[in-house]
Structure formats: structure tokens, C-alpha cells
Design a protein around this ligand. Structure first.
Ligand SMILES: Nc1ncnc2c1ncn2[C@@H]1O[C@H](COP(=O)(O)OP(=O)(O)OP(=O)(O)O)[C@@H](O)[C@H]1O
Ligand SMILES: [Mg+2]
Length: 281
């Protein structure tokens, strides 16, 4: 695995993390870094382990073993509360917004501000306005608008704004543009960039390499549950990233030839596969 240039120390670092579900070894000795003020794209084919990795980061399930370092300290994160307390927020693909509530109530869903036992609407409204203004969100007409009436891009914006209300330091976005058209994708990518420019460590899961190359500072590639490369985006070409995603290696990057072949699903389960042919020859 090639190391990204070490200009800024990582805010979040995983070292050699593993996760199995029963007999299925989904994450194998994965290293992963996210840096404050930067967008780190997490890419990999379907089933590579991206969601499993972020669920481990978010404490939805603990890693079986491996190191979790946050802001230079070894930490234990085995439930979502511990991750939230560190300032780690995840925007999941389904967004989990309540259609029948307005933007303010969605932003504070489950973490409502109260005063003398009642909802403190004025404080929530003020903080909602400040947060949206801080993110330069101008497309929303009224923060008292029901979420059901918003476009896909606006809904994504609300979900992202919710994740930065809480003194967040790391925001992880799972496929934020997957369901969006061209103009809305552009808006959300600008927002993603602003989060990083505001100092957050942003992790962007995406299958869309246009998006990745537009906003990412760094790219981490998962291949069959292994991290095969963590690179600075400007150091690699799109073709190299495609090769890393599909075969685990590209030239000097990624797994060695034998390791890539051994990991390949075509050979791992097939005793007559190419690896054996290579060994026999
Ligand atoms: N709870 C679970 N029990 C058993 N296997 C699981 C579980 N969760 C994930 N897996 C397996 O782990 C592997 C990685 O899944 P994961 O969802 O992390 O992939 P992904 O990279 O997010 O894929 P996609 O791009 O399709 O979202 C898959 O083979 C999946 O079947
Ligand atoms: Mg996934």
C-alpha cells in the first residue's frame, strides 16, 4: 500500500482493523486515514466493505481487532454514542429524514433543544439558520418547510447540515449524490467541499469517479475487504483508480501480483484458477 504524503497528521486513523460476520472475513487488516480540512474518498466495488468500514468507525459494530486512533489518542468505539462524543457523524444513504416534519425539527431530530420541559423553538430555529448560512445553503426557501416538499438535493443538504450541528469533526457521507441529477449533484459536491474547507475531515463514499476527482484530496481504495491504496488524488489517474477498484492493483500501487491473484474471487475459490496455473508452470 502506498502512503499519502504526510503533510497533515490524520485526525482519524484505523490500523489493521478486521471484521468478520460468522465465517465471512469482511475487513482484513484495513488501514484508513481521514484528515481534517480534507475530503477523503472511500471507493471500492459493491461488497468491497465500505459500509462495513464506516459502520465500524461509527460504532454500529465494533471491529474484531485493530487500532482506532482519534486525534492522536487510542480510543475504543463500540457504540454510536462513543463515536458521536468524538464528533463523528454519518449521513447514511437513506438519510432517515421525517417527511412530515419541517427542516428545523429534522435538524434536531432526537436531539431537540428544550427549555423548561418544552421544545425551545426559537433556539433551534436560530441555530438552524446559522448552520445553513454557515454552509452557504441558499436554495431552501423556508426552514419551516416540510421535508416532504424538498428536492432530493435539498434533502441531502438537510441531512448533511444535521450532521454538522453537533460540533462535528468527522462527517462521513455514504453515496450523497447517488440519486441526484447533474445540477443537484453539483450543489451537494460544493457543500461537501465547504465542509472540508470549514475544517472538517470529510469521508465521501462514492461509486462515481467524476465526483471523486472533483472534490477529493485523497482516495482510499478497498478491494475485497482490504485497503489496497491510500493515495493523494492528484497523484493518480482515473484509470489507476479503476484498476485498483477492479483488480486490487495498478502498476506499483496496490497488492502485489500474487496477492491480487490470490484475493481474486475467480481464484480464491477455484482450485484450478490462474494462481495454481502460475505456480504449476
Ligand atoms: N451483517 C452482515 N452479515 C454478513 N455479511 C455481511 C454483513 N454486512 C455485510 N456483509 C458482507 O460484507 C461484504 C461487504 O459489504 P459492504 O456492505 O460493507 O460492502 P460495500 O462496499 O458497502 O458495498 P456497496 O458498494 O454495494 O454498498 C459483503 O460481502 C456483504 O455481503
Ligand atoms: Mg455500501
Amino acid at each position: 500500500m502506498s502512503a499519502p504524503t504526510a503533510d497533515v497528521p490524520a485526525l482519524l486513523s484505523l490500523r489493521g482493523v478486521n471484521k468478520s460476520f460468522g465465517a465471512v472475513h469482511v475487513l482484513q487488516d484495513v488501514d484508513f486515514d481521514a484528515h481534517a480540512g480534507q475530503v477523503t474518498a472511500l471507493v471500492g466495488d459493491n461488497g468491497a466493505g465500505k459500509s462495513t468500514l464506516i459502520k465500524g468507525i461509527a460504532g454500529i459494530y465494533g471491529f474484531d481487532h485493530g487500532g482506532y486512533v482519534f486525534d492522536g489518542e487510542h480510543v475504543t468505539v463500540s457504540n454510536p454514542k462513543q463515536a458521536n462524543a468524538l464528533g463523528i457523524e454519518v449521513v447514511y444513504q437513506d438519510l432517515a429524514l421525517c417527511d412530515n416534519l419541517d427542516i428545523v425539527h429534522n435538524l434536531f431530530l432526537g436531539r431537540e433543544v428544550t427549555k423548561a420541559g418544552r421544545l425551545d423553538e426559537a433556539t433551534m430555529e436560530r441555530r438552524a439558520k446559522e448552520t445553513l448560512a454557515g454552509l452557504s445553503v441558499r436554495t431552501v426557501k423556508s426552514i419551516r418547510q416540510q421535508v416532504a416538499s424538498l428536492s432530493g438535493g435539498q434533502r441531502q443538504t438537510v441531512a448533511i447540515a444535521r450532521s454538522v450541528l453537533w460540533n462535528s469533526k468527522v462527517v462521513i457521507l455514504d453515496e450523497p449524490t447517488a440519486a441526484l441529477g447533474v445540477a443537484q449533484t453539483e450543489q451537494v459536491l460544493k457543500l461537501v467541499r465547504r465542509l472540508a474547507d470549514n475544517g472538517l475531515a470529510v469521508v465521501l463514499i462514492s461509486h462515481n469517479l467524476n465526483d471523486v476527482f472533483e472534490v477529493a484530496d485523497r482516495i482510499s481504495v478497498l478491494y475485497l475487504g482490504r485497503c489496497v491504496a491510500q493515495v493523494v488524488a492528484s497523484d493518480v489517474t482515473r484509470n489507476q483508480v479503476v484498476e485498483l477498484i477492479t483488480s486490487g492493483r495498478s502498476g506499483d500501487l496496490g497488492l502485489g501480483a500474487a496477492a491480487a491473484l490470490a484475493a481474486s474471487p475467480d481464484t480464491a475459490t477455484d482450485p484450478t484458477g490462474p494462481l495454481n496455473a502460475v505456480e504449476a508452470s
